[in-house]
Write a protein that binds this ligand. Structure first.
Ligand code: CA
Length: 594
């Protein structure tokens, strides 16, 4: 017994050391198969699919809490973070740029990092953070004052810290970085302040810049050598081709939700936000590369292709939504549920549009997307009016638009199951009254030139989790929700879909039918995506709970409708009772990481 125990201990120590350093191969392929969670999106493609199946349609009803952890303090604001799991540790970010390392089996706190935030940060949509990245011995995350921080996974000690940009000019950062080929890729937030969107690649071990790629046409990209010397790396697009005058200089197109990466194409896919300002009459033209998917060659920092979902956007239809790559008809393609209400399928190598269909019931700004030209068929009268036209010069005509600017889908990430070949999209049905006003750029001030009021379009629901067939464009099933959905989705080899609701529930449904099989009340609204992992032969499921984000701040009539919801800040973790998880035929076929 003694000898056996010793062997087990040595084996465990060896396995732990062997797995301590996170590599590209682990992030790109090995992690999900082994039941770890090493990146935002579960895999870098953003599929949010785990092959684990101990928790499945037959067993999920028995899921019970294993542990819970409070972020504490007085900072109970929106919690949009996706936890990461590696070597028995959970790394989870929280509101106000905090990061916690916890024992993934027990919830014991190992360390925490609280970023010192300056006065005068300008996050548009709550003090959220969406998660971290892991590489080598580091855990890396972005902060509200637009910095990137790398900490030692074991100790929480600061290893490197780099400034992304000037928070006083409206820059901030809330997205989870992703790692591709040893580079940590980040975007910027601040599209409501006239920032210039871009994607940056840094050496993940040192934080040194490798390249930058602006997402507003006309701006120069740069490449950097190991000593930090920079050289021109080509202008994005052609200056003034799609922008009038000087507006491109403060053109927005913020890459605020981060990106995805497909090792099969070598491309990173970043969505871009609204062109600035919102008043579209000030900037006649397509305003590239706003409201687009931009595919960037990770090796060179060059834009390989772009596809613009909303040319000359006039509704704040940020196209930041994640581009999730998958196989369809033997072809590498990507799916995107855009804020503008249409679901797009593009070739992942060339960007060619292959399919486009609405995934919400009410869309007013365009009647359809022309698959031949790739352009929307605009409904001209549903664009907010020009204040300098027939109006008094102070306010253009008000129109009703659907979706609202909070979108058919916003920051909450969808999931794709290679088993069912369906996307699971957290969708919302709402509209807005919107009008344009004159505006001029002033550093650090809101740069909109528009006013708005968001309204529900149905009495009984705003949210709906929808299973969407990317090939047929059909909604296969839906589960309606009273409040707007604002958390993400997880799907598993156990034929399950997990998602959270602002009413506080984490829910699990049959991935094929949408039948809800389990739910748990977490005590505050869920606006974060769930994850699952395997440890010690047991499958765990986790979600962060804590109501907040953009809806309470910007939601107009909808915000009033949900103002009874309470704030919070907890990590919840669930598993099956031991007797069930260790039973024969429980489906735990995937080998444990250690
Ligand atoms: Ca925006």
């Amino acid at each position: 017994m003694q000898v056996k125990l010793l062997t087990v201990l040595i084996g465990a120590a060896f396995a732990s050391a062997a797995h301590a350093v996170v590599t590209d191969a682990m992030i790109q392929s090995e992690a999900t198969a082994k039941g770890e969670v090493l990146t935002w999106g579960i895999n870098t493609q953003g599929q949010r699919y785990s092959p684990l199946k101990q928790v499945n349609t037959a067993t999920v009803g028995k899921l019970v809490p294993a542990w819970a952890f409070s972020f504490g303090g007085e900072k109970q604001r929106g919690q949009e973070s996706q936890p990461l799991i590696h070597d028995g540790r959970m790394f989870v970010t929280a509101s106000y740029s905090r990061l916690f390392a916890l024992d993934a089996a027990t919830g014991r706190k190992l360390w925490k990092y609280e970023h010192r935030l300056p006065e005068g940060i300008m996050p548009c949509c709550d003090v959220v953070n969406r998660g971290a990245a892991l590489y080598d011995n580091l855990v890396i995350f972005a902060t509200l004052d637009a910095q990137l921080v790398a900490l030692d996974q074991k100790t929480g000690d600061l290893v490197w810290k780099e400034k992304i940009d000037d928070y006083a000019a409206g820059y901030s950062a809330t997205a989870a970085p992703i790692v591709a080929n040893g580079l940590v890729l980040t975007g910027v937030s601040g599209g409501e302040f006239g920032v210039v969107g871009r994607v940056e690649a840094r050496n993940a071990k040192t934080g040194h810049l490798v390249w930058t790629r602006p997402t507003v046409e006309g701006h120069m990209g740069y490449a950097y050598d190991a000593d930090g010397n920079r050289k021109d790396n080509g202008v994005s697009g052609t200056p003034n081709k799609s922008w009038p005058g000087d507006l491109w200089k403060t053109g927005g197109a913020a890459t605020w939700l981060g990106g995805t990466y497909d090792p099969k194409t070598g491309l990173a896919y970043f969505g871009t936000g609204n062109p600035a300002p919102w008043n579209s009459h000030l900037r006649k033209g397509d305003n590239l590369f706003s409201c687009s998917t931009v595919a960037i060659d990770v090796k060179t920092g060059q834009i390989k292709w772009h596809y613009q979902n909303t040319p000359n956007d006039g509704w704040d239809f940020d196209g930041v939504n994640e581009f999730v790559t998958f196989e369809m008809d033997g072809r590498r393609v990507g799916g995107k549920a855009d804020r503008n209400g249409f679901f797009y399928v593009n070739d992942a190598v060339t960007g060619q549009l292959l399919n486009a269909f609405p995934f919400v019931r009410k869309v007013t700004w365009a009647s359809s997307i022309d698959l031949k030209t790739g352009k929307p068929n605009f409904v001209a009268e549903n664009r907010p009016g020009d204040p300098t036209g027939a109006g008094d010069g102070k306010k253009g005509s008000t129109i009703f638009a659907a979706p609202s600017f909070l979108g058919g889908k916003n920051q909450m990430p969808m999931a794709y199951s290679p088993d069912t070949r369906l996307f699971y999209v957290p969708a919302n049905e709402w509209g807005m009254d919107i009008w344009n006003e004159p505006v001029t750029y002033k550093k650090g001030a809101a740069y909109l030139g528009a006013g708005f009021t968001i309204k529900p379009t149905n009495d009984d629901h705003i949210g709906a989790l929808r299973a969407v067939d990317p090939k047929s464009g059909k909604i296969v099933w839906e589960v309606k929700n009273n409040a707007p959905l604002w958390g993400g989705v997880l799907t598993t080899g156990g034929n399950l879909v997990f998602w959270g609701t602002p009413e506080g529930h984490l829910k699990a449904a049959d991935a094929k039918t949408g039948k809800v099989l389990w739910q748990f009340q977490t005590g505050s609204g869920v606006v974060a995506p769930p994850v699952t992992w395997l440890h010690g032969g047991e499958q765990y499921v986790s979600v962060v709970s804590g109501w907040g984000g953009a809806v309470p701040l910007w939601g107009g009539e909808v915000a009033k409708k949900v103002n009874f919801l309470e704030q919070g800040g907890m990590v919840w973790v669930f598993k099956l009772p031991k007797a069930i998880s260790s039973a024969k035929g429980s489906g735990a076929k995937v080998a444990q990481a250690n």
